[in-house]
Design a protein around this ligand. Structure first.
Ligand SMILES: Nc1ncnc2c1ncn2[C@@H]1O[C@H](COP(=O)(O)OP(=O)(O)OP(=O)(O)O)[C@@H](O)[C@H]1O
Ligand SMILES: [Mg+2]
Length: 572
């Protein structure tokens, strides 16, 4: 129930910038549908006055019918222009931005648990879904309702028995068809879309891992898996359609039988002069129009239903782990940059990564953290960034508990070079500027110089405008790492974390970059995570962790000789 309410609220919010335009679009559709009523009415008069030989009335009715034809054209034009140009231009980018923002409000675990392809499809489904919703509502649903009402009014004007029979026939057809189809179809559509999301996720995953798939000759196996997934997704829809077509055939036989009965009845009325020829013709055309309109209307409702299911499903996915529970919290003010973990316990799933873990970093202190793979170094960063909440204990920055402040304000003062550097499919300039979008080109160049990457960039044909490829694939691991480091030099953060940030650099470049780091960040608190002790020579203190516990700490002079022979590259 809560989910339904949230979805309705979300869907309505997508119309915020186009409310007036939507009203115009829908009104034009209804008016277009209703204009049919007058056209048919004047057509009846044309036939009757033609037979009577009342030519002045005949011309008047021809004129009126053509007038309504023109009005119909105007209403269609207004509807099309409003929907395809005005609403499309304003609403589509808005929906895409809103869906993306909603997806990004999810906690870190959401992105760890879901294929990026699946999230992408959900965002796309919402953007395309809203466009199709507008199309269906204005070109089918409302026009068809107005058309059906118009034709029923015409039949009521001809004969009440005909009207009542047609009303019962067509309303039953619609109700039964929609009820039957929704019952059978809704669950299938939901499943088919979930499979479609998985399919897109697999496809995206394959493309991200294309090198591994190629070198292990796994493309064929993977493509077979993809085909299977697609078949599964399609089989649900095929099954639903098969049922609907059989059902449609039975309904049509009932319609033809009732229609035949009504024709016999109306001929008897005609013979007794109870109805005019014009009315007889309009009865026939209205019955045919009603039959077509009810079939199209049922499909329109089924399609609307499908669209809403898909939109709801996509909305559920992108808001599934919406952990934006902290944007209402006050902003944290970090002036000195001290960090303290106080009796922190944390686990991702079953096993604790930290149990009662405590550490204190003075402001401006440079602390190296070393430990074998899986000991909890990156998790330490994840917790400090509020990517995950500790189960117990407190994390204090400048003596303030970070759980009481908004994440966004925390990110203003903490910077991070992650263990794996992935770049945006954009230019080097844009990639560095990500850290401070208002930075000048000169600022970017200075940062790149300090990250020891400027000379390399200048050696490229397009310099800072070189496109780095998806995830930065066109650069070497060390070059990517230095671009990530350049971002840090562009910001003025109080606390900076380097998670294996120089691990891909050769010894000489690593030494130069570290010199620049120490020189540039004299007053900042630095946390350098590493596997190699040699990377931590310039630290004030080195902390050795194992299975989420501090097993030793001291100055580099004390720690380095003691652990020189330990291989920190092994896994726990
Ligand atoms: N998102 C996650 N979900 C579940 N378990 C995770 C997740 N991230 C890390 N872990 C587990 O938590 C433990 C600590 O991982 P962490 O990444 O902190 O290690 P690390 O010390 O940074 O290792 P490395 O030196 O290899 O980078 C590991 O056992 C890891 O498998
Ligand atoms: Mg790590």
């Amino acid at each position: 129930m809560q989910k339904d309410k949230l979805f309705k609220k979300f869907l309505l919010s997508l119309y915020a910038p186009v409310r007036a335009l939507t009203v115009i679009m829908l009104t034009a559709s209804v008016l277009y549908g209703l204009s049919g009523l007058f056209k048919q009415y004047f057509l009846k008069n044309i036939i009757d006055f033609g037979i009577d030989g009342s030519y002045s009335k005949l011309y008047l009715n021809i004129g009126l019918m053509l007038g309504f034809e023109v009005l119909g054209i105007i209403f269609t034009y207004v509807q099309n222009i409003t929907r395809c140009i005005k609403i499309f231009r304003k609403q589509t980018p808005y929906v895409s931005e809103k869906s993306f923002m909603l997806a990004t409000k999810n906690g870190y675990s959401f992105f760890a648990d879901n294929h990026s392809g699946k999230i992408c499809s959900a965002v796309n489904d919402i953007t395309n879904g809203v466009f199709n919703l507008n199309k269906n509502l204005s070109t089918h649903f409302l026009v068809l309702i107005a058309t059906m009402i118009s034709n029923l009014i015409l039949l009521a004007g001809i004969n009440l028995i005909i009207f009542a029979s047609a009303f019962v026939l067509f309303v039953s057809i619609i109700v039964i068809r929609i009820w039957f189809f929704s019952k059978k179809y809704n669950p299938l559509i939901r499943d088919a879309q979930s499979l479609e999301f998985e399919y897109n996720g697999m496809l995206n995953d394959a493309l991200l891992n294309i090198t591994s798939l190629k070198v292990y000759n796994s493309i064929k196996i993977f493509s077979e898996n993809l085909k299977r997934k697609k078949k599964q997704a399609n089989s649900n829809v095929v099954h639903a359609h098969k049922n609907e077509f059989t059902f449609g055939a039975i309904i049509n036989i009932i319609y033809v039988s009732v229609f035949a009965g009504l024709i016999v009845f109306s001929i008897s009325l005609l013979k007794k002069n109870n109805i005019s020829i014009g009315s007889f013709v309009i009865f026939i055309t209205s019955m045919i129009a009603l039959k077509n309109a009810t079939t199209s209307f049922s499909w329109s409702v089924i399609e609307l239903n499908t669209l809403l299911i898909k939109l709801k499903n996509a909305h559920e996915i992108i808001s599934s782990k919406n952990e934006d529970k902290d944007s209402h919290l006050p902003n944290i003010n970090i002036s000195s940059g001290s960090v303290e973990f106080k009796n922190v316990s944390f686990k991702y799933k079953k096993d604790y990564v930290f149990k009662d873990f405590s550490i204190k970093l003075q402001s401006g202190e440079k602390v190296g953290i070393i430990g074998v793979s899986g000991s909890g170094k990156t998790t330490f960063t994840n917790l400090l960034f509020k990517f995950y909440e500790p189960e117990k204990g407190k994390i204090l920055v400048d003596s303030q508990n970070i759980s009481e402040f908004s994440s966004d304000s925390l990110y203003e003062s903490i910077s991070y070079v992650p263990q794996e550097t992935l770049l945006l499919h954009s230019t080097i300039l844009e990639n560095v500027k990500l850290a401070r979008p208002q930075a000048t080109e000169n600022d970017v160049i200075n940062s790149c110089k300090r990250a020891e990457i400027h000379d390399f960039i200048m050696s490229l044909e397009d310099g800072y405008n070189t496109i780095v490829g998806e995830r930065g694939i066109k650069l070497s691991g060390g070059q990517r790492q230095r671009i990530a480091l350049a971002r840090i030099f562009l910001r003025n953060s109080k606390i900076i974390i380097f998670d294996e940030a120089t691990s891909s650099l050769d010894n000489n470049t690593e030494f130069k970059v570290q010199e620049n780091i120490i020189k540039s960040f004299k007053n900042q608190t630095l946390i350098c995570i590493a596997h190699r002790l040699s990377s931590l020579k310039k630290m004030d203190r080195i902390v050795v962790i194992e299975k989420g516990k501090i097993i030793d700490e001291g100055s580099p002079k004390e720690i380095i000789p003691k652990y020189e022979k330990v291989n920190f590259n092994d896994e726990i």
